[in-house]
Every structure is written in C-alpha cells, then in structure tokens.
Ligand binder design. Sequence first.
Ligand SMILES: Cc1cc2nc3c(=O)[nH]c(=O)nc-3n(C[C@H](O)[C@H](O)[C@H](O)COP(=O)(O)O)c2cc1C
Length: 211
Amino acid sequence: MKSTMIHFSRTDIDKMDKIFRLNLINSCTGFKSANLLGTKSLNGVSNVAVFSSITHLGSNPPLIGFILRPTTVPRDTYRNIKDTGVFTVNHINSDIIEDAHHTSAKYPDEVSEFTKTDLQEEFLGDFSAPFVKDAKIRLGCTFLNEYEIKENDTLLLVSQVDHLYVADQEILQTDGWLKLQNADTVTINGLDGYAKTALIDRYPYARPKKE
Ligand SMILES: Cc1cc2nc3c(=O)[nH]c(=O)nc-3n(C[C@H](O)[C@H](O)[C@H](O)COP(=O)(O)O)c2cc1C
C-alpha cells in the first residue's frame, strides 16, 4: 500500500542540503534532555556549555552518558573533564533558555561563559566543578571512561553520579520520582528548539495481559 506520509530514503538523505539534513536528523529521534555542563580548567577558568545528549545508563550504580562531538576542534568541556575528572549537569529551565543556548558559542578557553551570560556559578560542598545556580536539578559527576564511536568519530563518555541536588519537595516526590515539570525543566527539539513540558500521567509497572 502506498503511504501518504512524506518519505525520505537514505539516498534522499545523502543528497540533502546540509542544513536541512542537520535539522531533520537532529529532530527525528524525538525530544532530548536539556542540560548545561559545568567544568573548571586546571587554570581555574570555569566553563559552561549546553548538551542535549545526556542520558541515563543505569541506576545501580548511578551512571550517565553523553556524546561528545569530534574533538577535531578544541573542546573546553572535554579537556576540563579529562584534566579534573569532574563536571556538573544542570537542568535548563524556561527562564534561562536564551543564555543556555548562547553557551554553545565558541569562546576562547580563557573566557568563562558565566561572564558572557547572566548564568551564575555556584560551588557546593567540596566539589570543584561549578554548578549553575539557576538550575533546580543539579548533578555532580565523576568521569569513568570513554568509548570511541568509530562510525562518526564521536565519543561516549560514561560517568557516575556522586551528588544530586533538587530544589524542593514539589519536584522530589515521596517515591523518589522527580516531577520535572515542577522544576520547569525544558526539553530540546532538534538543535535549536526548546519546549516546555506538561505531564500527562504516570502509569503502573506494565505486566503482560492475562488471556
Ligand atoms: C541545543 C544544543 C545541544 C548540544 N548538544 C551537544 C552534545 O550533546 N554534544 C556535544 O559535543 N556538543 C553539543 N552541543 C555543542 C556544544 O554546546 C558546543 O560545542 C560548545 O561550544 C561546547 O563548549 P566547549 O568548547 O566549551 O566545551 C550542543 C549545542 C546546542 C546548541
């Protein structure tokens, strides 16, 4: 049966205009997490950058992963993580979207994005990487390992969660579930679209239907 849906084959994708393909392929896998990664260089310069690839890897031990684009150009976040072993993950909320997006601009490594935006850094406990004060959910992480993705020269960085900060009990529910909507956490659509979310419902653990 012929579908009335718009269809792109791999041949079409390969022939596409670069920007059209970038937008299409970046949005076709669905909504992505919206986070700011905070790091500090060995020289003491803070860095903050937007990342949409942070994902859950496992809860026991608590592991996260994210994808780093090819390191053919200097990447401050990557270098700082490799040098210091630590970084923070800070949820982007609707009040800070513009500044959060701006952190993807290429500043020289001696320039902290905290000085080029209204985002404020905050140090918590003895953790040496900067947290983003404006974020209602924040993680302090330690780098564990990196895996080369040979197909496109990217890296998967695996890290453990050592600290987790949640702004209030409106967000943290009694069973441990974080109601992200109450933290005003946004989600990323493609490479440059930010969206608010509204919870529909939570559902019980799914079991096979009985005959
Ligand atoms: C919405 C958005 C999502 C991004 N996600 C990633 C990502 O997951 N991985 C990555 O390597 N770069 C990502 N970037 C690009 C980085 O933010 C950008 O390269 C930034 O300059 C890195 O900063 P750094 O050089 O200080 O590390 C993203 C950019 C935007 C605008």
